[in-house]
Design a protein around this ligand. Sequence first.
Ligand SMILES: [Zn+2]
Length: 221
Amino acid sequence: MQGTGMGALAVILLATQTKFFSKKYEIDDMKDISEFSELKFCASIMFRACVIMSSNCFSIQQEPGIISGSGLYVAHSLYNHSCAPNTFRHFEGLTMITRALTPIHVGEQIFTSYGGVYAHMPRFERKQKILQDYFLDCDCPACENDWPMYNEILRSHIGSISKNKQLVEKLKPFRERLLANMYDIEAVKAVLDILHKEVSKHPCEEILHAEQYLKSYYLDP
Ligand SMILES: [Zn+2]
């Protein structure tokens, strides 16, 4: 594990290259540190700090899809994980911005994706990644109900509202606004608001489509 390696290396360097401990240790002493309580104590703290750090860091993607590093974003670490999150993240410089993807009401949890989202990564890959990186067995709705991916939802019109005439009619003015101005992002937000009020079965083709539109507005300006 990366955290173990970093913690061990830090203790070895401190012990053999500095006067941090009560004495300067020889590299041979590092083969078995069980007799040296100060090294054992320090190694356990280092290990804990490294694991906490690696589990709470986010990839920094100033350009979508290009990871330029990782950073500790304390507020964002408080979010729970879901493969069907109600938020998405993007960067402005090194500042990470979280935006709502669905209406989030007072008292509801905020979810972000620690790994892949259901629409773009197969279920077994997501579960494997989350387990490996965060020691979690994901039980989000997408994993529990094995939601299909983006292409399958669009190809088979899964959860489509197109036969719900009343709802289609309600969305018409927003469709017209978007036809007149494809950058009218407030129209997309209004569509999502209406769809989330009216649709109870997920996944839904039109919700997924509107979410993709909203994300691409901020991710591919
Ligand atoms: Zn999941």
